[in-house]
Design a protein around this ligand. Structure first.
Ligand SMILES: C[S@@+](CC[C@H](N)C(=O)[O-])C[C@H]1O[C@@H](n2cnc3c(N)ncnc32)[C@H](O)[C@@H]1O
Length: 241
């Protein structure tokens, strides 16, 4: 697809995110800002090239279109506390951390299983031999990163309790209905009014539990390209703790 067509398609797709109370134009400006970050893109390309040389199946990261939206949302919302489940290669973490660095504020708390507990495919695909969890995250972005190694079923409620208030939550661990729902219910009371909940792979192939949750809570939400679910907690709502 040519550059102008790619931009037009992106703007059209971003338009849908208005449902989650996000300005498509402001998002587009931050996507453009990221496009110009040559050091960041060069690092991702080099890491992927090296990982594919070590293990040709290396993959499993969020699409770079979704990563760019994560970046833009974090730039726009300026969260102080971001929590994510599912690190693997660390693409989503890298995009979020890059935005936090540009914001000059905020911390990302990420949770992933110990590698020995992950399934064989996670080991071969997400974290090839010789590469640790988060291998796509540039060293210069790690100052704002706190990684908890453990099962989100146990670690997520602990992390949420420790941070107190969550400004933005991103689910990208196991996409079963049960896991998605568990994580959203665990984090929801601590999401600040006006805060965002996000999930990757929101589609019938993986799970629509994110959509069900948003509908049950009466949230305005949108799904970007059948992938990234974005829902906003009403600004007046104080979560029950
Ligand atoms: C799709 S990958 C994450 C990709 C990552 N967000 C990125 O963009 O590079 C899914 C990750 O979820 C992790 N995971 C699966 N079940 C989990 C659980 N119960 N608790 C924590 N992490 C889990 C896996 O170990 C794997 O690394």
């Amino acid at each position: 697809m040519t550059f102008p067509l790619r931009v037009l398609r992106l703007l059209t797709d971003l338009y849908g995110l208005r449902a989650a109370g996000v300005s498509p134009l402001k998002l587009a400006l931050y996507v453009a800002e990221l496009e110009l970050d040559r050091r960041f893109w060069a690092y991702l390309s080099a890491q992927i090239r090296d990982a594919r040389a070590a293990g040709p199946e290396a993959g499993g990261w969020v699409s770079f279109a979704v990563g760019s939206i994560l970046y833009a949302l974090v730039r726009l919302e300026r969260p102080r506390t971001v929590v994510e489940t599912g690190v693997g290669p660390g693409a989503s973490s890298a995009f979020i951390l890059n935005a936090l660095r540009h914001n000059g504020t905020g911390v990302l708390h990420s949770i992933d299983l110990p590698q020995e507990f992950s399934t064989g495919s996670y080991q071969a695909v997400h974290v090839p031999a010789g590469f640790g969890a988060g291998w796509l995250i540039p060293g210069w972005l790690k100052g704002r990163w706190r990684l908890t190694v453990g099962d989100a079923g146990v670690a997520l409620p602990e992390v949420v309790r420790a941070v107190g208030t969550v400004d933005l939550f991103f689910h990208d661990s196991l996409h079963t209905d049960e896991q998605v729902r568990f994580e959203l219910e665990a984090v929801w009371p601590s999401v600040r009014p006006g805060g965002l909940i996000l999930a990757d792979d929101v589609n019938p192939h993986w799970s629509l539990a994110f959509v069900d949750f948003c509908r049950e809570q009466g949230l305005s939400f949108a799904v970007f390209r059948g992938r990234l679910g974005v829902g906003r907690k009403p600004r007046g709502e104080m979560g029950a703790r």
